[in-house]
Design a protein around this ligand. Structure first.
Ligand code: CIR
Length: 258
């Protein structure tokens, strides 16, 4: 498993409650979201990461979901082209930040679209979700970039049975050749090479967990998932993310880790 030393995060801004949502859980509370975001950054620090906290950006309600704007791997850094038109401009400040921290950047170009939430790195393999946000052109560009850097890549269509916003809404790489996943995820041949730990159907939101060094960040309130992880020797770190869930966001989307 990659040892992370740094993360990038961005707190919610004044317009946060206007972010895109299909959750039907009502608008998020900005003050509570800010408190939850601060605790999330503290959790990353507790895992040993230095956290670059960008300025809040009220120009983009969904800007705290920084994971969708870039994909950072050991040998490549890719600035995405988010599928939601209202989110495209979020990449500008991320690109500036990454230039300073990472050097050479690859970019997804029109007509391709990729949301970082659709990219799950599992060792040297990248699973790329085909979703309402990531199109075939974007997935093909992404695959070509990572293959040129020596990785392998394959796609998983999450528009059908899985009905996920993003691939990583339903899957997380735990390390050790093991994935945590929702039951309805299409079982591609590449997925079958990994051990899959299935999340209880009542806790599908908790599939979006994040292995960070020797801890696994898990949404609070999903005890069966926490137990599954403990039973396999992981150390869950529970975090309240209710206000981000109201905008279809999970734990992984709140940071870029490298
Ligand atoms: C959106 O719909 O784009 C945001 N409201 C939520 C994005 C969540 N991102 C993620 O799961 N990677």
């Amino acid at each position: 498993m990659i040892e992370f030393t740094q993360a990038i995060a961005r707190p919610p801004g004044a317009t946060f409650s206007q972010g895109l949502s299909t959750a039907g859980l009502g608008p998020p509370d900005l003050a509570l979201a800010s408190t939850q975001h601060a605790a999330y950054c503290d959790a990353l620090r507790a895992c040993g990461l230095a956290v670059t906290v960008l300025d809040a950006d009220a120009g983009f309600a969904d800007a705290p979901f920084v994971e969708d704007t870039a994909v950072l791997a050991e040998r490549v850094t890719i600035v995405t082209r988010p599928g939601a038109p209202s989110r495209r401009g979020e990449v500008d400040s991320i690109r500036d930040c990454l230039r300073g921290l990472r050097g050479e950047l690859a970019e997804i170009r029109a007509p391709g679209t990729v949301d970082g939430g659709d990219v799950c790195q599992a060792g040297s393999h990248f699973f790329i979700g085909l979703s309402a946000r990531t199109n075939a052109d974007g997935a093909a560009q992404f695959g070509a970039i990572v293959r040129a850097a020596g990785y392998t890549a394959s796609t998983i269509d999450v528009r059908g049975s899985a009905k996920l916003l993003h691939l990583k809404s339903g899957i997380a790489y735990l390390g050790d050749g093991r994935l945590l996943a929702v039951r309805d995820l299409p079982r591609t041949a590449e997925l079958a090479r990994f051990e899959i730990v299935e999340v209880d159907a009542r806790e599908s939101y908790a599939a979006n967990c994040v292995r960070v060094n020797d801890r696994v960040l898990v949404a609070a309130g999903y005890p069966r998932t926490a137990d599954l992880l403990v039973a396999r020797g992981y150390s869950p770190l529970l975090l309240e993310v209710s206000e981000f869930r109201k905008l279809d966001g999970g734990l992984s989307c709140l940071s870029l880790r490298f």
